[in-house]
Design a protein around this ligand. Structure first.
Ligand SMILES: Cc1cc2nc3c(=O)[nH]c(=O)nc-3n(C[C@H](O)[C@H](O)[C@H](O)COP(=O)(O)OP(=O)(O)OC[C@H]3O[C@@H](n4cnc5c(N)ncnc54)[C@H](O)[C@@H]3O)c2cc1C
Length: 478
């Protein structure tokens, strides 16, 4: 029985007893929330319960045979400041490493049996063989295309991009973007939920391209005012991988974090909630931050509110498995200085894309070796996700022979399976969020968090932690 006693006395936030906060799920969402809440409400009693025997969730770095292996995310962007700021607050600022310049500039598609470089700027767009002359014209006409007066509440990513950029660009570039980030289907994903910035740019500037150019100008001006040089968007990690961030969070939180504890249910108590684990374990809580995936939120909140649980259960996930392969450099004649390639889902290949890990962050492979990782599965290839490890490795190696011209078998292979890798924000997700907000509002102190709701990037999870801390501080009367 691990439960701290629920102190008697005045209600939560009165200052008589500390606020009891239970966070469910120790992925980056739960860990960052715990860290931010502790800073905002230092006298709160916080407990973080994680079902697994390790924290980090999808963020997992392993080391084997001299390779540094990322099982989940590879890095985070500086398009938002929340993750970089979290790293700095944890004292990790000096250890941050930016991805190689080549990986920022050189990204490819695998189309028609060969790697084709993605254009990196407007001139590249004019020259790219990936679009016909008509396709280029349609794309370049985007700033002059008016936004229709009446639009459906939620357009799909494909509808939005066809409307703005034309069919060819939508099929080529937008499918690749969706494959690379969501492993999802552009016809089904909601543009407002999955790519809110595109919708905002169109609404504010009348055009996505014009909006981007304006935002770049503002960024440059602000940098100049600070006496800095404006940098393009870059990706970050650590020499030791993203596990460094997770270890620092875990060390900083100390005994707040309890692993190996799967929450079974959350029920109402006289004041607040009781969080139940296996057996007789119970934790009283004034505030519950539920940062597990929506499927687990649904299961554990069923007793509390069947309608809320039913709504949460409608979030779909797609499986993605990560196949990490190490090759001898001499067997990998095409080892470009770049990020990797995407095989758009509409090509239905066995591999969704490949990241050249040791080119993105040098030091990920031992000397004389390269480390690549392939992502397999996604919304359109659940059949591939069902293949056993050996078959996955063989399929990815075959693909490496074709796309990367490798001449020998890999010397290292590791498969990491994520059956529920990425929540799919399909059309209707925004309406679901509204319903979820209304249902959750019936339960004061219950906060739904995690990547199933308002963003899947690490930045979204760490930014969410900041507003959760503000909300909890409000409950605590800080
Ligand atoms: C292959 C892959 C590559 C990615 N690449 C990138 C990238 O490069 N950059 C980027 O920004 N993002 C990337 N992402 C997305 C990002 O990694 C995730 O969105 C993010 O890590 C999710 O964090 P989370 O804490 O919300 O959820 P999770 O990481 O899923 O954590 C949820 C936690 O809750 C725990 N849990 C579940 N049920 C219970 C229960 N009943 N009781 C207690 N605990 C429970 C789980 O064990 C888990 O630890 C990638 C994701 C994947 C899968």
């Amino acid at each position: 029985m691990l439960s701290p006693p629920l102190h008697s006395g005045a209600g939560a936030g009165s200052g008589v007893r500390p606020l009891n906060i239970v966070i469910i799920g120790g992925g980056i969402s739960g860990l960052a929330a715990a860290y931010r809440i502790r800073r905002a409400v230092p006298d709160a009693a916080i407990t973080l319960l994680e079902a697994d025997d390790r924290v980090g969730g999808k963020v997992r770095t392993e080391r084997a045979d001299g390779f540094t292996l990322e099982a989940g995310p590879n890095g985070f962007l500086d398009s938002k400041s929340s993750t970089i700021q979290l790293c700095r607050d944890l004292g990790l600022g000096e250890r941050l490493r930016v991805a190689s310049e080549g990986s920022r500039k050189n990204r490819y598609l695998f189309l028609n049996g060969e790697l084709q470089k993605l254009p990196g700027d407007p001139l590249g767009l004019l020259r790219t063989p990936l679009l016909t002359f008509r396709g280029k014209l349609a794309m370049l006409a985007e700033p002059f295309r008016r936004r229709p007066g009446r639009l459906p509440d939620e357009e799909s990513v494909a509808e939005f991009s066809r409307r703005r950029f034309g069919r060819e660009a939508a099929d080529t570039f937008v499918d690749a973007l969706v494959t690379g980030i969501h492993a999802g289907d552009p016809e089904r994903l909601s543009v407002r939920a999955a790519f809110p910035r595109l919708v905002k740019l169109e609404a504010e500037a009348g055009s996505v391209l014009r909006g981007f150019l304006r935002a770049a100008k503002v960024k440059k001006r602000l940098a100049r005012e600070r006496g800095e040089v404006s940098q393009p968007q870059r990706m970050w990690s650590f020499d030791g991988g993203l596990g460094v961030l997770i270890e620092a969070l875990r060390d900083s939180l100390g005994p707040i974090v309890q692993t190996g504890i799967g929450v079974r249910s959350v029920v109402r108590a006289e004041a607040g909630y009781i969080v139940r684990g296996d057996g007789n374990d119970r934790w009283p809580a004034d505030v519950v931050v539920h940062a597990a995936p929506a499927s687990a939120q649904a299961e554990t909140l069923r007793d509390l509110d069947p309608s809320l649980a039913a709504e949460l259960a409608t979030v779909k996930f797609t499986p993605v498995h990560v196949v990490l392969l190490g090759y001898r450099a001499e067997d990998a004649p095409l080892a470009p200085d770049g990020f990797g390639y995407i095989a758009p889902q509409n090509t239905r290949r066995d591999v969704l894309g490949v990241q050249w890990c040791s080119a993105i962050f040098p030091g990920r492979a031992p000397p004389g070796m390269v480390l690549w990782r392939a992502l397999c599965g996604g919304i359109n290839r659940p059949d591939v996700a069902a293949w056993p490890d050996g078959e996955l490795v063989a399929a990815v190696h075959r693909e490496m022979q074709l796309a990367m011209k490798v001449t020998a078998a890999p010397v290292f292979a590791r498969v990491v399976r994520w059956p529920q890798a990425i929540p799919q924000y399909e059309v209707g997700h925004m309406a679901r969020l509204e319903r979820l907000d209304a249902l959750a509002a019936r339960h004061p102190g219950l906060i739904l968090a995690g990547n199933s709701h308002r963003g899947i990037a690490l930045n979204d999870c760490t930014e969410q932690a900041e507003w959760i801390a503000l909300r909890v501080a409000g409950i605590a009367g800080k």
